[in-house]
Design a protein around this ligand. Structure first.
Ligand SMILES: Cc1cc2nc3c(=O)[nH]c(=O)nc-3n(C[C@H](O)[C@H](O)[C@H](O)COP(=O)(O)O)c2cc1C
Length: 315
């Protein structure tokens, strides 16, 4: 029997008001601004492109070495290198708009007001279809951390305050990206929900460190970095599942997604959409194979709509 297009399962999802034609986006910082991958595949096939974190001013990032391979992952301390808001608007948005792919603009600020300004200006410029507030970058040394404080998303009151301030600055769907470096992910997730987030993104990287025994020095110039890749997948799946038990808003799941089966794990755990991160470095068109593989999985298991498997892990 041949499969006609009408037999194909529906892949469309709605994440906090953002319509995606399939549940697959890219993880911030692993896909540039989309254009970098255009020679590998047509990025308009993605459910959305999530950008590298955008800051008000350009940032050079940390000194090299900034990336270390680990047995099942990648340790990075890029330090939010990015072109800054003005260059993003002038140089990056035209490509993405021409592609007609939804843009999830990931933003990072040194204060709640900076996040709010970024969100407001992105909306005014028509340069985002959703905002993803990165409240969880482990690789920057801003004033808050210099005082010995924690990442914003390690502090539920700060999550609530930042989310409220950003919420009041934009009508765009607001996604809050949280750190896994916490005891109970449900607490910051609920704080984001109660303060006006439309979705949460789980997970950012786990803090890690690698030391060269020969030189006795840390392998990263930043000393510590964020671990991503397959090594963190079971932790990410568990955090998505934990959060899905208590949240009403949707979750975008990520962490070590390499193949369609991995993406399906996140959907079954309760994610409405997923993001492909470090795997894009190894296989630039991994996201395309994952979209196709999710569809094949649904056909194989007799589902007509991807939403039918969201949160449907059998316990
Ligand atoms: C090199 C690199 C740079 C990253 N930069 C950002 C960033 O700028 N903003 C952000 O929110 N997350 C950033 N992340 C985290 C990813 O978006 C993602 O949450 C994490 O890597 C887990 O997914 P993965 O295991 O599939 O890579 C970065 C990850 C990597 C590996």
């Amino acid at each position: 029997m041949t499969t006609t297009p009408t037999d194909l399962p529906r892949l469309e999802v709605c994440v906090g008001g953002l319509r995606m034609k399939n549940p697959v986006t890219t993880a911030s910082g692993t896909f540039g601004y989309g254009q970098e991958y255009d020679r590998y595949f047509d990025v308009s096939c993605l459910g959305a492109v999530t950008t590298k974190s955008i800051t008000l001013q350009p940032r050079p990032g940390n000194k090299p070495p900034r990336l270390v391979e680990t047995p099942a992952g990648l340790l990075n301390a890029i330090g939010l290198q990015n072109v800054g808001l003005d260059a993003y608007l002038a140089e990056k948005v035209p490509f993405l708009r021409a592609k007609q792919v939804p843009i999830i603009a990931n933003i990072y600020g040194k204060s709640a007001d900076e996040y709010a300004e970024l969100a407001r200006r992105l909306e005014e410029a028509g340069a985002a279809d959703a905002i993803e507030a990165n409240l969880s970058c482990p690789n920057v040394h801003d004033a808050r951390r210099a005082r010995g404080a924690v990442l914003v998303s390690q502090d539920c009151d700060a999550v609530a305050q930042y989310t409220r301030v950003i919420r009041s600055a934009t009508r765009l769907p607001l996604f809050v990206k949280l750190t896994p470096n916490v005891v109970d992910i449900r607490e910051p997730a609920l704080a984001a929900q109660e303060s006006g987030a439309d979705a949460v993104c789980l997970i950012n990287t786990l803090l890690g460190m690698a030391i060269d025994p020969e030189t006795r020095r840390p392998k990263l110039s930043n000393v510590v970095g964020g671990l991503s890749g397959p090594a963190i997948r079971p932790i990410a799946v568990k955090m998505v599942w934990d959060a899905a038990q208590v949240l009403k808003i949707p979750i975008i799941g990520m962490g070590g997604i390499c193949r369609a089966e991995d993406a399906v794990e996140f959907l079954l755990a309760g994610a409405t959409a997923v993001a492909v991160g470090s795997m894009s470095f190894r296989q630039p068109d991994a996201a395309v194979a994952i979209i196709r593989g999710i569809s094949d999985y649904l056909v194989r298991h007799g589902f007509s709509d991807v939403c039918q498997i969201v949160g449907k892990v059998r316990l």
